[in-house]
Design a protein around this ligand. Structure first.
Ligand SMILES: Cc1ncc(COP(=O)(O)O)c(C=O)c1O
Length: 363
């Protein structure tokens, strides 16, 4: 049966993990596996990371945490979303760590019959979830006075992957001011974390004693403004099968809108992968695939289930698979480069891999 496939190279995941760990001088990594491990398959990725020594995981929703527990992940799991009352007892029973990110929620934790562990999230400039910097002092005092089950404090960078790091340094200064205050009132946190992929590269001085890493683990860079010096390897190899080949004459129009026309007699191949499977539709304007070490242009607009390729004189047959992005022995197209070309990000493209794409795990 024909379908797009995402070959997940677990050996590259493990390689990236060790590389990042070296870069961090062995500070523990909290692997961010939200959104189905950025499209790579959360259970298999988490198990593979656990097997190489990861002791901390982060997800966004509570259901994602339950899914990991049900799959046998017994390591620490931090949930980034705002907690609700219903989550507290289950979190306590399943040893899932929640997120105190709004002043109103302090009551949830102080009134709970059994309070689960939580980390305090402070907003130092992202203006998303997190206790505002000004209110954080008061919350820190309440945590201290009521001896709440707070194990960690953290914040999140808004501009860690930008060329200009002034704002990120301002966020870090605010965070350090709060840490100084906590020390002054004798409140200590077992875990202090702020860094993400951008700051692993850009601001290693903000690592504290735990580092939340997503994108670098999967072998992509968080943006095109960070230096691409760390030799990470793509974990996902996204491929599509050729299901039809046809000779066409010069001038033949291909796909919706008839915006693409063959410049000369050629061979048009149909690849059974479309934007419903996660193929980045806008890539058709300048895009290409790779096959046996050569690049071939996309011909015409990408459809929901299929797209077409101008194969020229390629040695290709129905049933062959082409590389859309990722890397294998002969072919390489970085998802980061596609993202840059179409004005998107690798986060959007990788988490978009779904639909009928079959994931296959290899070592
Ligand atoms: C709170 C938080 N921490 C860490 C990360 C990981 O970021 P990255 O994938 O850039 O390492 C994310 C990802 O969006 C996040 O939302």
């Amino acid at each position: 049966m024909f379908s797009p496939s995402a070959i997940i190279h677990l050996d590259n995941l493990s390689y990236n993990y060790h590389l990042i760990k070296d870069q961090l001088n062995n500070i523990p990594i909290m692997a961010v596996v939200k959104a189905n491990a950025y499209g790579h398959g959360v259970i298999e990725i988490s198990k593979a990371l656990r097997d190489v020594g990861v002791k901390f995981f982060a997800v966004f929703t509570f259901n994602e945490a339950i899914e990991l527990r049900n799959a046998g992940i017994t390591e620490d799991i931090l949930v980034f979303c705002r907690p609700t009352k219903q989550m507290l007892e289950i979190a306590y029973e399943k040893n899932i760590t929640l997120n105190l990110c709004d002043p109103d929620d302090i009551r949830l934790f102080s009134k709970a019959k059994h309070s689960p562990k939580f980390h305090l999230k402070v907003d130092t400039g992202m203006t998303r979830l997190g206790i505002s910097f000004d209110e954080a002092y008061g919350i820190i005092e309440i945590i201290k006075n009521q001896k709440l089950n707070c194990y960690g404090i953290y914040s999140h960078y808004a501009t860690a992957d930008e060329g200009d790091l002034h704002y990120a340094e301002h966020q870090l200064n605010q965070f350090n001011t709060l840490l100084d205050y906590s020390k002054k009132i004798n409140l200590t946190f077992e875990f202090i974390h702020f860094s993400n992929s951008g700051t692993v590269i850009n601001m290693p001085h903000s690592s504290f004693n735990l580092v939340r890493v997503g994108m670098l683990l999967y072998g992509s860079f968080p943006s095109d403004e960070v230096p691409r010096e760390l030799p990470i390897r793509p974990v996902m190899e996204f491929r599509g099968p050729v299901v039809s080949l046809r000779k066409v004459k010069a001038g033949t129009k291909v796909s919706y809108g008839g915006v693409w026309e063959a410049k000369e007699d050629t061979v048009i191949g149909v690849v059974q992968t479309g934007f419903a499977d996660g193929f980045p539709r806008e890539w058709y304007l300048n895009g290409f695939i790779s096959f046996k070490g050569s690049k071939y242009s996309i011909a015409g607009r990408v459809c929901m289930d299929q797209f077409m390729i101008d194969f020229g004189g390629a040695d290709i047959q129905v049933g062959d698979e082409v590389l859309i992005f990722g890397q294998n022995n002969l072919d390489k197209i970085l998802v980061d480069d596609i993202a840059k070309d179409i004005g998107s990000t690798s986060y959007v493209l990788l988490t978009g891999i779904k639909g009928r794409t079959e994931r296959k795990y290899v070592n």
